[in-house]
Design a protein around this ligand. Structure first.
Ligand code: HEC
Ligand SMILES: [Cu+2]
Length: 354
């Protein structure tokens, strides 16, 4: 008697310990698949709940039958052994056919969704997504072919066809409110449909381990009404101005010309003016395009890992330029050994690239 009470208490204690490891799902957390914001993520959510409820019904039926059997046929004094059903052909057929039918029922909508979610309609707007260690690059071939980084801007309520590849290793683009995960594969193109039905900011993450700073490779989608999208796209096609001699931006521009152009493209208005002869047309190494680094929607950088929560944009930028590998381990942007004055100057110039 004492023994069994002890084991009951022990069992409950153990269960409490195990359950304390679970946390109730925080519904407004950024990376949840339970808050679909458009038709493609909705499709996944619907499928999930369908399978969930089928599985729940099966669970209750099977466990119920088990409990009923245990009670009805439990051992009692003088009770004969119940009738055995081992090898009963009829039963064997029934419990093979029923699961097969259930699996087929689940497979049909699953397979059709898998194909549907990755085959864009013909009129969807194309955005090219290129994975890098450790940031996402976006190109807009239908809006004049400009290039941006970290924040993908899309028009609300319209289908966007992300055509994706990688420049180095495997990455995986995942913005759970808009669709499921899809690989970015060097040398191949994969396709993912995206759509947000309300304006807003949708966060995602690279979902394939891709090296040291994988955990700092975020994806961010900013969905805005069509007119605002058009205005944004028009801004992106504008070249960056070359700052005038003696202006506060000029000094930073010169720091950029000296240290940064082998990795960062900036599309200047006047590349033949002579002042930026030392600026390469094409970087040797592909870092983020900085032409519109300070655009009003481009509020995060370095794989959208910066600024950190509670940190100001300027502080984060200073920290980043002073020593990138300190912020993102393994970063391909090196510590360039700039002086404090050079860092401040280059930030002043960067922030003029609206
Ligand atoms: C050897 C190549 C290289 C050089 C040189 C370099 N960068 Fe970078 N830079 C990168 C790479 C790669 C990233 C993306 C890193 C990441 O997010 O993990 C980056 C990111 C940035 C970003 C964030 C951009 C964004 O939108 O995410 C800024 C700003 C930046 N660099 C400024 C500079 C400045 C200013 C200089 C010169 C003083 C410079 N970089 C020199 C390679 C370089
Ligand atoms: Cu990645």
């Amino acid at each position: 008697m004492r023994r069994s009470r002890l084991s009951t208490v022990g069992g409950i204690g153990l269960l409490a310990l195990v359950l304390s490891g679970c946390q109730l799902v925080e519904i407004d957390s950024a990376l949840t698949t339970f808050e679909p914001a458009g038709p493609f993520a909705q499709r996944i959510d619907d499928l999930f709940w369908m399978v969930f409820w089928i599985a729940t019904v099966i669970f209750v039926l099977v466990q119920g039958a088990l409990v009923v059997t245990m009670i009805l046929f439990r051992d009692r004094p003088n009770r004969k052994e119940p009738k055995q059903i081992h090898g009963n052909a009829k039963l064997e057929v029934v419990w093979t056919v029923i699961p097969a039918v259930i699996l087929a029922t689940v497979a049909v909508p699953t397979v059709s969704a898998v194909f549907d979610l990755t085959e864009c309609s013909d009129d969807a707007m194309v955005v090219e997504v290129i994975g890098h260690q450790w940031w996402f690059e976006y190109r807009y071939p239908e809006q004049g072919g400009f290039t941006t980084a970290n924040t993908m801007v899309i028009p609300t309520g319209e289908e966007v066809c992300a055509t994706m590849t990688s420049e180095d290793v495997l990455h995986n683009f995942w913005v759970p409110a808009l669709n499921g995960k899809r690989y970015l594969i060097p040398g191949q193109t994969t396709v993912l449909r995206l759509q947000a039905d309300s304006d807003g900011e949708y966060w995602g993450h690279c979902a394939e381990f891709c090296g040291l700073s994988h955990s700092l490779m975020r994806a961010r989608v900013h969905s805005v009404p069509r007119p605002e999208f058009d205005a944004w796209a028009a801004r992106q096609t504008e070249p960056a101005p070359v700052p005038e001699e003696g202006s506060p931006e000029r000094e930073g521009y010169e720091v950029f010309a000296q240290y940064c152009t082998q990795c960062h493209a900036v599309d200047f208005a006047d590349n033949d003016s002579g002042v930026n002869d030392n600026i390469l047309e094409e970087p040797v190494f592909n870092g983020p395009n900085l032409t519109h680094f300070a655009d009003e929607y481009r509020t995060t950088f370095a794989g959208s890992a910066l600024p950190e929560e509670g940190e100001s944009f300027d502080d984060a930028l200073k920290r980043w330029i002073a020593n990138p590998p300190n912020v993102k381990p393994g970063s391909f942007m090196p510590d360039l050994g700039l002086t404090e004055a050079e860092i401040d100057a280059v930030i002043t110039w960067l922030k003029s690239n609206k």
